[in-house]
Design a protein around this ligand. Structure first.
Ligand code: BGC
Length: 759
């Protein structure tokens, strides 16, 4: 293949414009005469949804070619396993390449702002570190085959309600720290080759045509040089979009966008270099795919077995009172609930996969325990009195009961949000009635996102299986019978009441007609919010049980003080103190003591999943760099680490911290805000540099301040201290007139700014 630059030079204006608009629903324009092939795109995040071009849609309406259905993102994230996600990416990449798919439209990495978002099952986490790290690993895997990953939806795609009109309005710090951070990791660390813009606007404009997001941050700051494409039908205005850094409008239209592009270049409204930049980004991806060695094809059987492996690592054991799990294979067991036989294993919409075969928990459990008793218990989402009676009788006659419930398919999907955390009342009633006849009750949940559990006290054990893909049946059965030791942990907080969730007051839902959604909770999303507000969740972020126990010891930091240009090495030991082998997810959080800006109690900054045989001990080591301690300083326009003490907290969940220590981190380049006439005295006096400049003048004007300073005990009297501390330079001047003139203030301000390195 010729170099992209040479290919570009051979294309006419119209040919270039055609490359920037889909040729049809799934493909880009091809030019065999220039050796430029089409790029074929397919969803998606947890399995291929390859459609024939003649039977295309972006909502999972028409059937796609059969392919393996892996656990959805909300489940896969519970593995907290970078290596497994990398392997999942490899498998997806191989399947894509063998099916002739060049760009896989996933993974989805939006942050779960509200538990109600209809697409939460397609997203990883409420935490940007976890989402970014897992996605980067998955992207590396996909791109190890000749296939490009396309992360989506850039950015802040947090709701389905009014999804194409809503404007996600937030401050720059929130945007950077919460909603862009995972994208940044996937671009910088994962080397992703394509990014899809979101349907929603961000701070006033669609991301495709938002120069701040797409040009300044994505392209210039992060150095992304791949394809930036619109979500399907998300194009508003193509000329400003290309100017802002977009490469490709999807899907194609009747040629009108091409005509607009050509005309705009001819009119001089669009610079040809801008079009060239977009074309080059596409040609570069074509070239990199050609240079990637061919991948081995994958069989449906291999895919299914791997889907089972991911699912086994994803399932989360939320509760296990009296250790009623694992079940004995010789026990008399009642399996209740239609969902055991007809599993809910994926979500609705554009990510919908047409699987080769789906295993049910019931058929898999029967293989291990042929004598089990099954009763459907309900019909769809409705109570059926006869089925309920039959289920009660089955439960009463058995040693242990396993009830399968969750969210029916119609409760969560792309295109709409949920309006509550409730599951169907029929399922709640089932749990209550079963518990009344047999207290040894385990509940298995199939749902794509957080639900409320008013029945929790009635169940001794709860297994969260999420939407676990086509092999979820094997995983659930293996975990229930203890053949697999559960090792998944929650990637989101299970809050009890929607009213307690961070976005509750600010998220237009249901019939709300507002297109402006203000993210007023700011950076306080998920556990960052619940911890700060001291709201006890039902199950905290990072929680998950095992059939064994792990002891943490010997936290070591390689230094007690460092600059933000250095790395902190953190290590600890973890021992499996129980009787079976297991996998533990060690989580490292950092909390800033006395933060100068609003800050969460702590934030996840690193994690690792390790395997331990009974009695085995392993040392786990982490490195924390600048970003682990930094916040986004909007005045500086960069991440900044304020000088101070930081807590290093290592634990088994956000609420189960086992080891901690503190470290001092100093910025290499200390930053001070700009001094102005409105700077307060406290800020000036607390800065050695500034107070050295100001103190002489301050001593001179004190006798003229009308507060009787000589009678106040400035050291001890809070009133006097606060009064002065909060005084601005201009206010001080307003009391002393000639003794602090405007020119003097300006000169002092100037001097202080120069001392702090500002010219
Ligand atoms: C979805 C995308 C998807 C695209 C193509 C859109 O409706 O938002 O996530 O990749 O369709 O199917």
């Amino acid at each position: 293949m010729q170099k992209p630059e040479i290919q570009l030079s051979r294309l006419s204006l119209e040919e270039k414009a055609r490359l920037c608009v889909g040729m049809n629903f799934w493909m880009t324009q091809n030019y065999p005469e220039y050796d430029i092939p089409s790029l074929f795109m397919s969803d998606g995040p947890h399995g291929l949804r390859k459609q024939d071009v003649e039977k295309s849609d972006h909502l999972g309406i028409n059937e796609s070619h059969p392919s393996v259905c892996y656990p959805t993102a909300s489940a896969a994230a519970c593995t907290w396993d970078r290596d497994l996600l990398r392997r999942m990416g490899c498998v997806l990449g191989r399947e894509a390449a063998q099916s002739g798919v060049d760009i896989l439209l996933g993974p989805g990495i939006n942050i779960k702002r509200s538990p109600l978002c209809g697409r939460n099952f397609e997203y990883y986490s409420e935490d940007p570190c976890l989402a970014g790290e897992l996605a980067a690993a998955m992207v590396e895997g996909i791109q190890s085959a000749p296939a490009a990953a396309c992360v989506k939806h850039f950015a802040a795609n947090s709701q389905e309600n009014r999804r194409k009109a809503v404007d996600a309005v937030m401050d720059e710090r929130t945007l950077r720290e919460i909603y862009l951070a995972a994208f940044e990791t996937v671009v910088k660390k994962g080397g992703v080759k394509a990014v899809m813009t979101s349907y929603n606007k961000v701070n006033g404009d669609y991301p495709a045509q938002n120069p701040h997001l797409s040009r300044d941050i994505l392209r210039q700051e992060w150095g992304f040089d791949g394809i930036l494409l619109t979500d399907w039908g998300a194009m508003d205005q193509i000329v400003p979009s290309l100017q802002a850094g977009l490469s490709l409008q999807m899907p194609g239209n009747d040629g009108s966008s091409v005509r607009k592009l050509v005309k705009s270049v001819e009119d001089g409204r669009l610079k040809e270099e801008c079009l060239d930049g977009a074309v080059l980004s596409i040609l570069r991806v074509i070239q990199s795919l050609r240079e990637t060695p061919a991948a081995e094809p994958i069989s449906p059987e291999e895919g299914h077995a791997f889907a089972a492996e991911v699912a086994k690592n994803a399932v989360v054991l939320l509760k296990n009172e009296d250790s009623i799990l694992p079940l004995g294979e010789n026990d008399r067991i009642a399996v209740i609930g239609e969902m055991a036989a007809e599993p809910r294993y994926q979500g609705g919409g554009s990510s919908h996969v047409n699987p080769y075969r789906v295993s049910s928990a019931l058929e898999e459990m029967k293989k291990l325990c042929p004598g089990l008793v099954y009763a459907p218990g309900y019909s769809g989402a409705e109570t059926n009195e006869a089925l309920l009676e039959q289920a009660r009788a089955a439960a009463a006659s058995c040693h242990t009961v396993v009830a399968f419930i969750g969210l029916p398919e119609s409760f969560e999907s792309e295109t709409y949000d949920r309006t509550s955390l409730d599951i169907p009342p029929a399922y709640v009633r089932l749990v209550e009635e079963l518990a009344a006849v047999n207290p040894r009750l385990a509940v298995v949940l199939s749902n794509g996102s957080v639900i409320s559990m008013p029945w929790l006290l009635r169940a001794k054990a709860v297994v969260e299986a999420y939407l676990c893909g086509e092999a979820g049946g094997e995983a659930v059965s293996s975990i229930l019978f203890g053949r697999t030791n559960p090792s998944g942990k929650l990637a989101e907080t299970f809050v009890g009441r929607i009213e307690d969730s961070p976005a509750y007051l600010y998220t237009p839902a249901g019939e709300d007609r507002s297109d402006r959604c203000e993210y007023r909770e700011g950076i306080f999303v998920g556990y960052r919010y619940y911890e700060k507000k001291k709201i006890d969740p039902v199950f905290p972020f990072g929680h998950g049980l095992s059939y064994t126990q792990f002891a943490y010891s010997q936290l070591r930091l390689n230094r007690k003080e460092l600059s933000d240009g250095e790395e902190l090495e953190v290590s600890c030991r973890v021992t499996n103190t129980g009787g079976v082998a297991g996998r533990e997810i060690v989580q490292v959080y950092v909390g800033r003591v006395d933060s100068p800006v609003p800050a969460p109690v702590k934030e996840l900054r690193e994690f690792s999943k390790i395997h331990l045989e009974p009695g085995e001990t392993k040392e786990v080591a982490f490195r924390l760099g600048k970003r682990a301690f930094a916040y986004y300083n909007t005045a500086l326009g960069d991440y900044y680490v304020p000088d101070g003490q930081y807590q290093i907290l290592v634990g088994a969940s956000s609420a189960d911290i086992r080891l901690w220590d503190t470290v001092r981190v100093r910025p290499e380049k200390p930053w001070q805000p700009e001094v102005t006439r409105n700077t307060i005295l406290r800020d000036i006096l607390e800065s050695p540099q500034w107070s050295a400049i100001f103190s002489e003048k301050y001593a001179q004007i004190q006798p003229y301040l009308p507060f009787g300073l000589d009678k106040m005990d400035l050291e001890r009297e809070p009133f006097a201290r606060a009064l002065l501390n909060n005084m601005t330079l201009h206010s001080l001047a307003s009391y002393v007139g000639e003794h602090l003139r405007d020119e003097e203030i300006d000169a002092l301000v100037d001097q202080m700014n120069r001392a702090a390195g500002r010219s």
